[in-house]
Design a protein around this ligand. Structure first.
Ligand SMILES: Cc1cc2nc3c(=O)[nH]c(=O)nc-3n(C[C@H](O)[C@H](O)[C@H](O)COP(=O)(O)O)c2cc1C
Ligand code: SF4
Length: 458
């Protein structure tokens, strides 16, 4: 059994404790000021003692593939080299930093962001196969605008290669590891999902193969490309089960499919896995919690929503959909724990668990106690770092996060506003804690041990 403050080894990299900042879009862009924006966002978290910082999804292609406005792209070696200032800052604080590599595929701005679509009418979305009828229907009624370009076999290898090249640039810039955006309906999940992947080449899933097999081969191709360009830098990925798919989606990854996929991903050479229970669509399964009443009503945000969703009427339709969905996606603390526990029984690499974790006691329980076997080797939080960038200091000292999972930060962020806590009571409480010195880092951590050693002792 391990404590949150215990060190851990991830793919040969010593991480000083088991708390990580889950990947969250920083939307710092790639232009002038991007590196400073990333340092402003991530340095306080590292300074507060968080062992492992995952920089949010960063796109490996030069065009398309951004799921939200102003995402950082990492296809250009000159830009990535500048990120050495960020990795150096995190290292100065004693932390580790991995960058998450992504490509949105059908979940790209060009498909859903009306303003972006108008400005970039010619940009196509990379597609694993012809989009499923559910998305084609949304296209027909004008809620999304699909212009998919189905990748040929050679283009799939080339895409894997682009992940590998970006990993190589990142390793050269001092990143301690690579995180692959394997879920949240990005292109990797689209390869894994039976709803999206109907290919008949080696990246498809044969009739006699278990669901997700084609996706596994894409994960293997990315793994090989990362090894070629970045050597043995630790490689981590999110792995989806699609148990939160709506009932009208019959082709999806079940719980067992997700467990098998994660197990085989680890066997393929990934150094850690982050199993997540998601949907087949980009919905609230990723950010379970309350309906963001305040965010939707804020007068100053309405024009941004109208620009993003294609006018005030469509913005109201999205708001209604959000309200309906929030009823089905209540936050349970550690909602991925069962999936993580099932995966952890089968693999000997670290399993990372995130999703709705807010209390220190939950972290310890997930790491294993007398009452329940461990679900994870590291535990992570995402939204709580919007609420408290220096949260690590309080959590590692035994306190709980303030974040109320109200989601007031999420809708504005998706529409292009900076990601930050937008709930005044939480912001006030953070200010009070700040004045009381609660975010000063306290204590240190001990020696490194490997997860395989621990698993043997359990
Ligand atoms: C605004 C926002 C942006 C996110 N961006 C990413 C991302 O870039 N990559 C990713 O894998 N997950 C992303 N996530 C999902 C988080 O990593 C995390 O799994 C999810 O928020 C649940 O954790 P939490 O309850 O601690 O917030 C994002 C979540 C939010 C709220
Ligand atoms: S607005 Fe603040 S309290 Fe609400 S989910 Fe976002 S970070 Fe948490």
């Amino acid at each position: 059994m391990a404590a949150l403050t215990d060190p851990v080894d991830v793919g040969g990299v010593a991480v000083p404790n088991r708390l990580y900042r889950a990947p969250v879009l920083e939307c710092a862009g790639t232009g002038e000021g991007a590196v400073d924006a990333l340092i402003d966002e991530l340095a306080p978290t590292a300074a507060s003692g968080v062992g492992l910082v995952f920089q949010g999804a960063s796109v490996v292609t030069a065009e398309s593939g951004c799921a939200a406005p102003n995402m950082t792209r990492v296809h250009d070696p000159e830009f990535v080299a500048e990120l050495e200032r960020l990795t150096g800052t995190v290292h100065d604080h004693g932390g580790r930093i991995f960058v998450q590599l992504a490509q949105g595929g059908l979940r790209s701005l060009e498909a859903w962001h009306a303003g972006h679509r108008e400005r970039n009418p010619e940009v196509e979305q990379l597609a694993v196969s012809r989009p499923p009828w559910q998305l084609r229907l949304l296209d027909r009624v004008g809620l999304v605008d699909l212009s998919p370009r189905v990748l040929s076999t050679d283009e799939v290898y080339d895409l894997a290669e682009q992940f590998g090249r970006a990993a190589g640039y990142a390793a050269d810039a001092g990143y301690d590891g690579i995180h692959l955006s394997g879920a949240n309906m990005g292109i990797v999940q689209q390869f894994c999902s039976p709803l999206y992947n109907r290919r008949d080449d080696e990246f498809g899933t044969g009739a006699d193969e278990p669901p997700g097999s084609g996706g596994l081969r894409f994960l293997e191709a990315v793994h090989d490309a990362v090894r070629e360009h970045a050597g043995d830098v630790p490689l981590v990925t999110k792995v989806p089960a699609e148990t939160a798919a709506p009932s009208f989606v019959r082709r999806h990854l079940s719980f067992e499919d997700g467990v098998r996929l994660a197990t085989r991903t680890a066997e393929a050479g990934y150094d850690a896995v982050v199993p997540v229970d998601v949907s087949t669509f980009w919905d609230m399964s990723v950010i379970r919690g309350k309906f963001p009443e305040r965010a939707w009503s804020a007068a100053e945000l309405q024009s941004g929503y109208a620009a993003a969703f294609g006018g005030p009427v469509r913005a109201r339709a999205v708001r209604l959909l959000n309200r309906v969905q929030a009823r089905g996606f209540d936050r349970e603390p550690g909602w991925n724990a069962d999936l993580c526990r099932a995966v952890r029984r089968r693999v000997d690499v670290p399993v990372l668990c995130e999703g709705g974790i807010r209390e220190r006691a939950t972290c310890e329980r997930l790491l294993g106690d007398d009452a329940s076997p461990a679900a994870a080797d590291l535990v992570g939080m995402a939204r709580p770092f919007y609420a408290e960038p220096r949260l690590g200091a309080r959590l590692l000292a035994g306190e709980d996060a303030l974040c109320a999972s109200c989601n007031n930060c999420t809708v504005p962020q998706a529409a292009g506003e900076p990601g930050r806590c937008r709930t005044p009571s939480v912001v006030r409480e953070r200010a009070t804690l700040e004045r009381a010195g609660a975010y000063e880092r306290r204590g240190g951590s001990g020696d490194e041990g490997t997860v395989a050693d621990e698993r043997e002792g359990e």
